[in-house]
Design a protein around this ligand. Structure first.
Ligand SMILES: Nc1ncnc2c1ncn2[C@@H]1O[C@H](COP(=O)(O)OP(=O)(O)O)[C@@H](O)[C@H]1O
Ligand SMILES: [Mg+2]
Length: 310
């Protein structure tokens, strides 16, 4: 028979629910995470991402529902689970005056078989900050330290909550590379983000959460083609016959014209190619060309009726 091609499921969440007083933070949330994937919980602030993640980590107890992680119960088997997962700290959880190496040593002392802290610091580009006080680190350096601490026990599953919030674009990219590196070493990553670009670039699959509920789950591209299949080409041409020719493309839905600029909308993976073929076959000379492809932001808008930034 050989090895199965189906990846092992490492997290199963079934209909969990968590309320704080009158606030329903998480309601009937279910999802599975496979070994080796980067799974994202995405949605606006207050959607219930952190609560969901903390329930899976065993930090919060849901009011109802079932959670299994690495075949274990995050509450009943808390000790085993904690040894096999890595959780990113929040800012306030480290003392301002702790030195980088002290934090790493302290975290290493919590686990039976920790990784080499110096090597981890090197891998995360923090070797020259070993003696720096935590409070003197930049935002990106702090986040890299949190990743180092989350990896100190060589965990099988790593949880990262809003990892790049507040970082500049360059630090954000550096952190994305680190997360891909973690995945490439065979670990499973569960992350939360309200940044759709981050989700698109990092996640193999995402669950879109709003008001404590999952609205849909899938790969970023899968969700885009499911909910926002229309794409557009914007081009400029002085060709008098262009409009007629463009309208004749089989999968075109609309052609809008403003002076010499055309916006052509249609569906399907081959739509852009068909526009290019039409231009080429009819020798239409263009002075400008760009595609407008829908993304997860558009999916969110479509599914919820409002922008994730509202
Ligand atoms: N400890 C808490 N006590 C009371 N309400 C909370 C607590 N933690 C979160 N909430 C509320 O639960 C909802 C979901 O919060 P959270 O899980 O932090 O969302 P997200 O991480 O998506 O921003 C919000 O309405 C939030 O105000
Ligand atoms: Mg949160």
């Amino acid at each position: 028979m050989g090895a199965s091609a189906t990846p092992r499921s490492v997290i199963q969440v079934s209909r969990i629910r968590k309320t704080y007083g009158a606030t329903v933070a998480v309601s009937e949330v279910s999802f599975d995470v496979s070994e080796g994937e980067v799974f994202g919980l995405i949605g606006p602030n207050g959607a219930g991402k952190t609560t969901t993640m903390e329930c899976v980590e065993g930090v919060r107890r849901p009011d109802g529902g079932e959670i299994s992680i690495l075949g274990l119960d995050p509450f009943r088997d808390v000790y085993q689970v904690q040894n096999r997962i890595g959780v990113q700290l929040q800012q306030a959880q480290l003392q301002k005056r702790i030195k980088v190496w002290e934090a790493v040593d302290l975290w290493a002392s919590l686990y039976p078989k920790p990784m080499d802290g110096n090597r981890l610091l090197e891998q995360l580009g923090l070797a020259d900050k070993r003696n720096a006080l935590f409070m003197t680190l930049s935002g990106g350096q702090k986040q890299r330290l949190f990743i180092a601490l989350a990896l100190i026990n060589d965990p099988e599953v790593v949880f990262l909550d809003e990892l790049t919030t507040g970082l500049d674009p360059q630090s954000r990219r550096a952190i994305w590379d680190l997360v891909r590196g973690i995945r490439d070493r065979g670990k499973t990553v569960v992350l939360t983000t309200h940044l759709m670009e981050e989700a698109e670039r990092l996640c193999d699959r995402v669950a879109i959460i709003e008001r404590g509920k999952i609205i849909d789950i899938g790969g970023p591209e899968e969700l885009v083609s499911r909910h926002c299949p229309t794409r557009a080409v914007v081009l400029a041409t002085e060709d008098a016959l262009a409009e007629e020719r463009l309208r004749a493309i089989p999968r075109v839905e609309t052609v809008m014209r403003r002076g010499s600029e055309f916006t052509i909308q249609g569906q399907g993976d081959d739509f852009v190619t068909e526009v290019i073929q039409c231009l080429s076959e009819n020798r239409i000379r263009i002075t400008y060309f760009r595609t407008v492809l829908p993304n997860l932001e558009d999916v969110f808008l479509k599914l919820t009726g409002h922008s994730i930034r509202d």
